[in-house]
Design a protein around this ligand. Structure first.
Ligand code: ADP
Ligand code: MG
Length: 346
């Protein structure tokens, strides 16, 4: 018998459009003999719609033309066997929709509530990974208080008011400013001089109250794919070759000059170390199903640093996660079957 699979795309995050691109590939590659698919699109305002399955490209503006609004979301979820949230960012990758699936007693693809919430927040990811000795770049946690003031939050959660001086003295320039719970490089800025610091912090604060400031590493960007529950497998290491100053939203999705390379063009020992770290990271956040774990390799010192863990990585056919799995011998369609099967370990 076919499994009743609900596939969800869109969502309220700044990565809404990326999700629709990912979902187009997912739908094109799902084995229709195995799954009875219900396709749901969440609009940017949070409204849920049921979509016909024959839309050739969900990233087109016409994606909602033949949609029907869903009034009873919970009832629809209760009718399914399994959910695949092909969502990125806030409300899709951060534990919130995962909590809804838990309430509906519905198995779902990917990380559970805690791993999703921790991994979405770059600051809390760092705090957990410090405990297992994963190397990370020097950073500071800046918080926008509810009264609007920016403060540095130290390791004991004391607030330091002089944000500008603390960043200058502890990290210097250039540095990277990032909204802590964002993705696809939205709310992410490289700051080369002190004069730009406060304005960029305020820009990042538009996306999130938690902001992370990091020392800038002149680096090679390396990524690896983890798949599994208790005994996950880890792919070879892939290399990102961003076109432009760093890996911005545009260079990720709109710039054909940004390239990837599998395996990475770095020493084999470094790749093995990265694969070990990736498994440790996945276990440390209590990962489930899948994650892409991203690293920096300092070009001068060869030091490896964790960058971040993505619990619902990009899933277009040319995205790094499916590519790494393909290199491992798992085709895109098989990968979909595997992540769906893993959902049932509860
Ligand atoms: N500390 C850093 N040093 C150098 N480059 C960085 C640093 N942090 C981020 N970047 C650049 O910004 C990009 C986006 O940052 P990342 O932390 O991966 O956020 P996102 O969740 O938006 O992908 C990275 O892929 C890299 O190109
Ligand atoms: Mg990233």
């Amino acid at each position: 018998m076919k499994q009743k699979l609900i596939v969800i795309c869109g969502g309220q995050s700044s990565e809404h459009i990326v999700s629709r691109m990912s979902c187009t590939s997912v739908l094109n590659n799902l084995n229709k003999d195995k799954y009875d698919v219900t396709l749901v699109g969440i609009d940017k305002d949070g409204t849920w719609y049921q979509l016909p399955l024959d839309i050739p490209d969900l990233s087109q503006d016409s994606w909602l033309d033949r949609a029907t609004k869903i009034d009873q979301v919970f009832d629809l979820l209760k009718q399914q066997d399994v959910a695949f949230p092909v969502l990125h960012g806030a409300y899709g990758e951060d534990g919130t929709i995962q909590g809804l699936f838990e309430l509906a007693n519905l198995p779902y693809v990917g990380c559970r509530v805690l791993a999703s919430a921790v991994s979405m927040d770059k600051i809390y990811t760092k705090k957990i990974l410090e405990t297992v000795g994963i190397p990370q770049v020097k950073s500071l946690y800046i918080k926008k208080r509810y009264d609007g003031d920016l403060v540095v939050v130290d390791h004991q959660f004391n607030e330091i008011k002089d944000v500008e001086t603390t960043i200058k003295e502890e990290l210097g320039f250039p540095c990277f400013i990032k909204a802590s719970r964002s993705g696809s490089s939205v709310g992410c800025y490289r700051v080369d001089k002190q004069a730009d610091l406060m304005s960029k912090l305020l820009d990042a604060a538009k996306y999130d109250r938690h902001i992370v400031v990091e020392e800038c590493v002149d680096c090679i960007e390396l990524e690896t794919a983890v798949l599994g529950n208790d005994d996950p497998i880890v792919s070879r290491v892939g290399q990102i070759m961003p076109h432009g100053e760093f890996y911005t939203f545009e260079s990720k999705y709109e710039d054909a000059e940004s390239k990837t390379c599998i395996p990475a063009l770095v020493d084999q020992n470094i790749q093995e170390k990265i694969r070990d770290y990736a498994l440790k990271v996945f276990k440390a956040v209590d990962g489930h199903g899948l994650s892409r774990v991203d690293f920096f390799l300092d070009k001068k010192t060869n030091q490896i640093y964790l960058n971040e863990i993505n619990t619902l990585p990009g899933f277009t056919k040319i995205s790094m996660y499916p590519q790494l799995m393909n290199d491992f011998g798992i085709s895109y369609s098989e990968l979909l079957d595997r992540v769906i099967l893993l959902a049932f370990d509860r």
